[in-house]
Design a protein around this ligand. Structure first.
Ligand code: GDP
Length: 369
């Protein structure tokens, strides 16, 4: 008489009858030593599969299936790269399913931030991009801020449905899903955030206790994001870890700021005024006169003006120039994907040029702060 073996992960009795019932394990693994149930197996292996990425076309194909399901869609965006990481076409693909917008990395904003105002800003920006959301939750997966609200919102909107989690790369999707898993499962251990690319394009199904799943879709790669075109080793310098320290510059027209060697900001025309830069602290700022800027770049790119290094520069697109006109009496952000943003404070308006690698998203937006 064999004693029913138990899952080495969660202790539930194992069986191989019904894949939908907890404790299921394929018959071939039933008698293995240290056998674990399918659910534990998936959770255990989740972090290896979680960093799969796809380009936009593949992603849209994959998303196409969501419309015909009855599910909750959780869209995670990165607050630091909001316009870079928002999936603006999401609405068309998810059909009538509700979208919960989870804005991650709020730990990067200064502690004095008015969170209600920020939520309104997020709602407005999302709707300008054509995305209708049932709710907006602000959180920091890394610092464990606002996570209760994420779980609460998912719980109240889910109503026994599957949960699809969608997002661009590096928005903190795996960090967040790992937290969701540990919250929803009786396995209290935390999983490591994996950095290794997986091998399959399939979405990863993580079973929940009620028989439904969290479905993690691959991270979409958007070529307009700086984080996708810089060398991997520079990514850490670009992804901020600590609250952004606002740097205020009093500039006269015809002055230039370099952000490492990744972008350049020229104050072309306007009355003397201040600009406040919110950048990752890994990015050194150099100030110079506009008339000297070209020469400075030629002489110092890849060395003083870095990242990127001189040899990595060769594999990056050349800069293009974006001319932006900031209207008078308006508080705007000059947004440069992956680098951060520069807040304008001028009463009288200004004309600025941003030089950034070709294809990188550069735009004016209503100020986030
Ligand atoms: P994924 O590619 O969307 O799965 O993102 P990851 O979970 O791998 O996270 C990408 C990067 O963002 C990692 O360096 C994380 O440490 C970082 N990250 C994730 N969540 C947060 C957060 O709440 N705040 C900050 N500052 N960084 C975060």
């Amino acid at each position: 008489q064999l004693q029913a073996s138990r899952c080495a992960g969660c202790g539930i009795p194992l069986h191989s009858e019904d894949p939908k019932k907890p404790g299921f394990v394929p018959a071939s693994s039933l008698d293995k030593e240290e056998a674990i149930c399918q659910r534990c197996f998936r959770i255990k292996h989740y972090s290896e599969a979680s960093s799969v990425t796809v380009d936009q076309d593949e992603f849209l194909k994959l998303l196409g299936g969501i419309a015909s399901t009855n599910s909750l869609v959780v869209h995670i965006v990165d607050l630091f790269d909001f316009q870079g990481s928002l999936i603006s076409g999401l609405q068309r693909f998810v059909g009538n399913n509700p979208v919960l917008l989870v804005v991650n990395k709020i730990d990067l904003l200064p502690p004095v931030t008015n969170w209600n105002r920020l939520r309104n800003w997020v709602q407005k920006q999302a709707s300008e991009e054509g995305l209708k959301v049932v709710d907006v939750v602000l959180c920091s997966a890394r610092r464990n801020i606002g996570f209760d609200r994420v779980v609460e919102a998912v719980n109240s909107l889910r109503q026994n449905k599957d949960v699809y989690v969608v997002g661009a790369t590096n928005v903190g999707k795996s960090t967040l899903i790992n937290r969701l898993i540990s919250d929803y499962s009786d396995l209290k251990r935390e999983l490591t955030v994996s950095r290794y690319p997986g091998t399959t394009l399939d979405a990863v199904h993580i079973p929940l206790d009620d028989g439904k799943s969290i479905i993690d879709t691959p991270g979409i790669v958007y070529s307009w994001r700086m984080s996708e075109i810089i060398p991997r080793k520079d990514l850490a310098a670009l992804l901020p870890d600590k609250p952004l320290k606002p740097l205020t510059y009093q500039l006269n027209e015809k002055q230039t700021l370099f952000f490492g060697g990744l972008a350049r900001f020229d104050f072309v025309e306007g009355e003397r005024q201040s600009f406040t830069a919110y950048l990752s602290s890994g990015l050194p700022v150099h100030r110079t006169k506009l008339e000297r800027a070209d020469e400075l770049y030629e002489q110092h790119r890849g060395v003083m003006l870095s990242p990127p290094s001189l040899e990595d520069l060769e594999s990056m697109p050349a800069w293009t120039r974006h001319r932006l006109r900031i209207p008078a009496n308006s508080k705007q952000d000059i947004f440069i994907s992956g680098i951060g943003w520069i807040q304008t404070n001028g009463k009288t308006g200004a004309t600025v040029d941003v030089h950034a690698p070709r294809g990188i998203k550069v735009m004016l937006r209503e100020s986030i702060l």
